[in-house]
Design a protein around this ligand. Structure first.
Ligand code: GLA
Ligand code: ZN
Length: 649
């Protein structure tokens, strides 16, 4: 099992490397990731290649039994590149993103592409026979620092081409986009603009001012551009090596379609910082991020950067409490991780990330974080079979769609509405009942319940597929703002919930973005705050009604028996309590396994083990028996604060 650290030998005096490698070995680390920001060292001036520092580091580490994951260095362009060539990204105001940080480059810049090809090829050639290189990471965190969209001339040209390939002729585009609105018709693909700064922006806050079709297509195009850029690197590496290739993704991040991005990868890896200077994530939010990362390929992942200390750039984030690094490790593994790499081995003395603490502090002295991970690593070597190539028993699927995410971002329907929060509200309600919940897409038959929240842009064949699933006994959950948009983000001339009307057995004849909290009663009791569909049931029965406003007594949530299965339609947002009740009812109806545990205790089930995670600072008592394979004894039911258990099933 990969148990490693992110390592930057270039940040340390050469005479420290041997000792650092020894210390890593002592910590139980068997892998490092290196190289992903060292372009300038590899190519000091254009065409002058020198990998000697990395060769030496790889060698020294190998002597201690430590293997290397190699990052291609394209996320941090050297100065000569940006001085000589037109590679820098332009923001929506046309401003050049100046060099001085990282991720300043445009994925459609021909020069950036060419110079990337050259350095990647040199690297691949140089390391093709090096047996200590066990995997490649392409670049570093595509999309990070708001770098997905670029508004330069290269992107404009590439966008025109991309649109032409999709729409074939400009009349089709005009029609689909409805450019007749405000005289926005184009005479050729070359004329199509990028959705940069224009007149309405500012007047309406940060709402986009552009044609919603243009905006959505630009999101897709920008995402595709990075997918293509990544593929370019993969293809080069593949000419020289057969080691697995990954990229370090960012969990909930959503400017790039992670399904597409991960299609070309052998495995997904990702970077997890649950508690950094920008905030502390709820544990369910972190679990969901892991599930997204597992779900994009429906395959286990590794964590390429796991938080190892207090994390911040200009201020120091909260210090992980004793036990938390271990807990976060098991949390990752429980949700589909099968390898851990901690960021970073030793805290940097200089540069932007001086406060982003690693396993070791600035002085390099091993302290409690080092020893906690050392202990964790030792445990894991014994438990490997429960994690590597192992899998959870999922009952429930939440489908995440990047198209819908972007479309809802362009027109969010109501103040306070956010598609990702909407998805999370369902994940959290399920996770709090310890329901095994995947976040992915497709393959509905594997699940007892499929949540398809706010699925507004519906691709061809989707309704048929869902109908089959429900007919065969599946439970489908739909929500407000679904089923009425087409591929170009246009609204279809049909009533809500559009293409899902028959499945849901309802019509929505009126709706409200409420002025004040609206009461709901029935199978869910509480308030709606953001949206209320006023439902007329057809074949469905109403299971919750509104209890205030002019639509008091009307349907808020319905249930439609359909074939051997059923379809729930949730017409409004629900506060935490109402959501918990409704999800409880859905689970009951669909025979979903739930486990009750104290607040903050997570229970994850696999066919051969149960993993218990206590996210509370204080001890917890769990009503569960079993043999602890972690401690080789009967489980007492007691979990320490931030404690972990792995029970045999
Ligand atoms: C990201 C990057 C790393 C580093 C850490 C900490 O995840 O991939 O290079 O910047 O954040 O900030
Ligand atoms: Zn560009």
């Amino acid at each position: 099992m990969i148990f490693g650290v992110d390592y930057y030998p270039e940040h340390w005096d050469r005479n420290e490397w041997e000792n650092q490698a020894k210390l890593m070995r002592e910590g139980g680390f068997n892998t490092v990731r290196m190289g992903e920001f060292a372009w300038k060292l590899f190519e000091k001036q254009e065409g002058e290649f020198d990998f000697s520092f990395l060769d030496e580091a790889i060698e020294i580490l190998a002597k201690e039994g430590i293997k290397t994951i190699l990052g291609t260095p394209t996320a941090a362009p050297p100065k000569w590149l940006v001085t000589k060539y037109d590679v820098l990204l332009r923001d929506k105001y046309g401003r050049k993103r100046e060099w001085g940080s990282r991720r300043e480059c445009c994925s459609n810049s021909p020069d950036y592409i060419e110079k990337s090809q050259i350095i990647v090829r040199e690297m691949a050639k140089h390391y093709k026979d090096n047996e200590n290189v066990i995997a490649y990471q392409i670049d570093n965190e595509f999309g990070c620092h708001d770098s997905t969209r670029c508004y330069c001339e290269h992107c404009q040209k590439a966008f025109s081409k991309w649109l032409k390939a999709k729409y074939k002729n400009i009349e089709t585009l005009n029609k689909k986009w409805g450019t007749v609105f405000w005289s926005l018709q184009y005479d050729s693909f070359d004329e199509v603009i990028l959705p940069g700064y224009t007149s309405c922006e500012g007047t309406y806050g940060d709402r986009w001012a552009h044609n919603p079709a243009l905006d959505l297509e630009f999101s897709r195009f920008s995402s595709d551009s990075w997918v293509k850029y990544q593929k370019m690197q993969i293809d080069i590496l593949r000419e020289y090596t057969s080691v697995p290739i990954t990229h370090n993704l960012m969990g909930h991040h959503s400017s790039i379609d992670y399904y597409k991005l991960s299609d070309d990868l052998d495995f997904v890896s990702w970077d997890n910082y649950p508690d950094n200077q920008w905030g502390t994530s709820e544990y369910e939010y972190v679990s969901m991020a892991h599930e997204i990362m597992r779900g994009v390929k429906d395959k286990n992942f590794i964590v390429m950067e796991e938080q190892a200390g207090a994390a911040g750039w200009d201020i120091v984030g909260q210090t992980p409490r004793p036990g938390q690094l271990r807990l976060w490790t098991y949390q990752a593994l429980a949700h589909g991780g099968e390898g851990m790499v901690y960021f970073r081995f030793r805290s940097a003395l200089f540069g932007m990330e001086q406060y982003w603490h690693g396993v070791l502090d600035h002085d390099g002295v091993p302290r409690r974080r080092f020893y906690e991970l050392q202990k964790t690593g030792r445990e894991l070597q014994k438990l490997e079979k429960y994690f590597v190539d192992n899998k959870n028993d999922y009952d429930v699927l939440i489908e995440k769609s990047y198209d819908n995410l972007w479309a809802h971002g362009i027109k969010s329907h109501a103040k306070g509405y956010n598609y990702e929060n909407h998805l999370y509200s369902f994940y959290k309600a399920n996770a709090d009942k310890n329901v095994m919940c995947a976040v992915s897409r497709g393959d509905y038959d594997k699940y007892k319940v499929v949540y398809l929240p706010a699925y507004n842009i519906v691709e061809d064949g989707k309704v048929e597929k869902l109908t089959e699933y429900v007919k065969n006994g599946g439970t489908l959950v739909l929500t407000f703002r679904s089923g009425t948009r087409g591929d170009s983000n246009e609204i279809k001339p049909i009533a809500l919930p559009g293409v899902f009307s028959e499945l849901a057995g309802i019509s929505v004849d009126d709706f409200d973005a409420p002025r004040r909290p609206v009461k709901i009663k029935g199978k869910a009791e509480g308030n709606a705050n953001i949206w209320c569909d006023i439902i007329t049931p057809k074949t469905a029965k109403t299971i919750a009604t509104y209890d205030s406003e002019y639509y008091k007594g009307n349907g808020a949530i319905t249930q439609n028996e359909y074939g051997k299965g059923r379809v729930f339609y949730i017409g409004c947002d629900l506060d935490g309590k109402a959501m918990a009740e409704l999800v409880g009812y859905i689970n009951e109806t669909a025979n979903v396994n739930t486990v009750s545990a104290p607040n903050g205790v997570e229970v994850i089930r696999r066919n051969d083990c149960i993993i218990l995670l206590n996210h509370n600072e204080s001890e917890a008592e769990v009503d569960m028996k079993g043999y602890s394979v972690l401690n080789n004894c009967e489980f007492t039911g007691k979990l320490d604060g931030y404690g972990v258990e792995v029970l045999k099933r």
